[in-house]
Design a protein around this ligand. Sequence first.
Ligand code: ADP
Ligand code: MG
Length: 257
Amino acid sequence: MEPNTQDNIIEVENLVKRYGSFEAVKGISFTVKRGEIFGLLGPNGAGKSTTLEIMETLREKTSGKVHVGGFDLDKQPNKIKEIIGVQLQSSGYYPGLKLVELLELFAGLYNRDIDPMALLAKVNLEDKAKATFKQLSGGQKQRFSIATTLIHDPQIIFLDEPTTGLDPQARRNLWDLIKEIQKKGTTVILTTHYMDEAELLCDRVAIIDQGTIIRMATPDELIDDLLSTGFERPKEMKRANLEDVFIYLTGHSLRDF
Ligand code: ADP
Ligand code: MG
């Protein structure tokens, strides 16, 4: 694997995906810079997962150009596979195996020698080493599946709605983990419905609706643009919200140990 020094680690040009006669992705273009956390935001059915899975080499595109890590998806999909980490749906995990065994199994698939305990430590699951996947809480499952994306030291990881269904503590814990992964130099592409999450985590976001990117910028730029139209929130907001209350009352620490 050659180190890739170009600034854009992902380039997508005019990507189209049709399912039969239905066009789910309608010619979108975007780039992701090396080292950033890039968010694909959009309502259900917008085309986020389709776009992600095409970049992950898991789904065929209809047309368009995709480069990941400098590799052309049409020519070197296997090179792309080597440098990316993909979060699997939970159904992909053998339910009877312990976490350490699962990590060793994945490492074998990637042909890597790993220290499973060190990997579990990264995602704060050392004391669950002997548990099976199905014994984990929702947040623990998400952390474990993120650990599996890191086995082969990928340059990019893809996370499809990593915090959907988690409680506020587990969400915050996952945000910290994603930021730490970025700090180590990994590029992160994620999808989310949670705008607070996107605002806090993402360096840049693309807002996608009905298969089209309608805006792409930093969260700050998008908010400033809206304000410059004269937009105001309908009523004076209180300086805290119910989530603040919840975190204040129940604390930041995880409950699912
Ligand atoms: P998102 O992840 O943003 O919710 P998806 O990429 O999953 O959106 O889906 C985009 C659109 O494509 C939706 O209308 C969905 O119903 C449709 N779609 C997704 N996968 C398939 C498929 N395998 N066959 C037909 N239609 C699909
Ligand atoms: Mg989706």
